[in-house]
Ligand binder design. Structure first.
Ligand SMILES: [Zn+2]
Length: 98
């Protein structure tokens, strides 16, 4: 290993989180924006660590698949309630209100 890479990695190592931390940051990043320092560290870690790169890809894939599933569920018509049943429920709610 050349001196250049050694110093780069040891320098990045101070800023870069370990794999456990990187995995946590990656899933956190899907839910909210990371702080600048966290983003930097994660980016550096991902440059050096192929395992975490792959993990991040998998994570995003799973997350987007889950989202697609949610949307699909929501666009399904509510088959459980027939119009008459819905009308009856509405009337009951109205009568309780008054
Ligand atoms: Zn890693």
């Amino acid at each position: 290993m050349t001196h250049f890479w050694k110093s780069l990695i040891s320098g990045a190592g101070e800023l870069s989180p370990n794999c456990r931390e990187a995995a946590r940051l990656q899933s956190e990043a899907l839910d909210h924006r990371l702080r600048w320092r966290q983003r930097m560290g994660l980016r550096i870690h991902l440059l050096l660590c192929h395992w975490c790169q792959r993990y991040g890809k998998q994570l995003r894939f799973l997350r987007s698949a889950a989202h697609r599933h949610d949307e699909h569920e929501q666009t399904l018509p509510p088959q459980s309630l027939r119009p008459e049943a819905r009308e009856r429920i509405k009337q009951r709610i109205n009568s309780e209100k008054s």
